[in-house]
Design a protein around this ligand. Sequence first.
Ligand code: SF4
Ligand code: SF4
Ligand code: SF4
Length: 350
Amino acid sequence: MKRRHFLGLLGAAGVTLGSGATAKAASLGDVKGLPNAGGVLFDASRCIGCRKCEAACNQVNDLPKPAKAFDDLTVLDATRRTDGKTYTIVNKYVPDAGKPPVFRKIQCNHCMEPACASACFVAAFKKSETGAVVYDPDVCVGCRYCMVACPFNIPAYEYDKAFTPRVMKCTMCQPRLLEGKLPGCVEACPKEALVFGKRRELLNLAWDRIGGNPGRYVEHVYGEREMGGTSWLTIAPKPSFAAIGMDENLGTTSAPELTSGALAAVPAVAGIWPVLLTGLYAISKRKEKIAESEKQAAVAAAIAKASADAEAKLAEELAKAEVAGKRRIEVEVKKALEAAAKAGEEGEDA
Ligand code: SF4
Ligand code: SF4
Ligand code: SF4
C-alpha cells in the first residue's frame, strides 16, 4: 500500500467501525462534526483522466460492464454523470484553450450533514463514522426525494428494475473500509490523485499542497465548508472550480440547518408530507437555477394539464348534455306523436 494513498489509518486513529457505529443522519439527530471521520482528497492537478478509478469502482462494487471499455478514453469527449450502473466518472475540462485539459473525478461527496439523509423520511441514508454516507435499500420507499435534495446531483435510480429498484451512489467502499481496506478507486489511481485518510489530516495535506505550490492551485479546499462540509475534498489547479464544472455558489449552510424549521416539526414516524415537502423545497433552493426552471416548467405543465383536463371535462359534459338533450327531444317528440296518434284514434271513434 502506498503511504500517500492512505493517511492516518482509520482503525489506528480511533474511528469506531462496525454496524453499530453508524451515526444517525443530521436530519434526525445531532451529528455535527464527526471529527474523526474518514474521507478522500482528490487533487485534480494530478489526475490524468486514465479512468482506472472508474474500472476499479466497477470491479469492487460488482457493477455491470459499461458500453465502452474503461481503456477507451474517447468517452472523455462528452460530459457524463453518475447513473444507476456507475458510481463514479471522470470528466475532461479545458479551462484555458491551448493548455492541457484538467480532469475531475465525480462521485458522492459524502457530506458531513447530508441533504439526501435530510430529505429521506424513512432514514435510508446515514452518515457513518467511517465518513461514508451509506444507503439501506431495505427501508427505501423509492420516493426519490434524495435525488432532488442532493446539491451535487449524485443519487441515481434503477429505473430499469421493476421490482427492486434502488438508489445508486458511491458508498466510499464502506464494506472495504470496514475490512481495513482502501476504497477501490483510491487503491487503483496510478497518480495518487486520490488520498484516503482522516478528514482533518486530509485538510492539512490539501492546504500544504496549496501553500507549497504558489500559483498552482485555487486557494480553496472544495468541501471544507460547502454545504456544511463534505468528507470527499477537492483541490484544483487555477483558474477556478467553476472551470471544472463545480458549483461555487452552494454556500456553507448544511442541508439540515436549511430545513431545521420544517424537519423539527416532523415526528419520529413521519407522515406529514407537506412538512417534508417544505423542507425539501428549502434544500432545493440551493439548486436555484435548475430548481427555478424546473419549477416554472412544473407549474406550466400543471397549468397546461389542469386546463386540458378542464377542457376535456367540459367537452365530456357538453357531449353528455347534447346526448341528454337529444334524448329529451326524442322522448318529447315520441310523446307528442303518441298523443297525436291517440287523439286521431279518439277522433275516428267519435
Ligand atoms: S453528495 Fe449528495 S448523495 Fe452524497 S452525501 Fe451529499 S447529499 Fe447525499
Ligand atoms: S469510493 Fe468506492 S464506491 Fe466510491 S467511487 Fe471509489 S471505488 Fe467507487
Ligand atoms: S485513476 Fe486517478 S489519475 Fe486516473 S482518472 Fe482516476 S483519479 Fe484520475
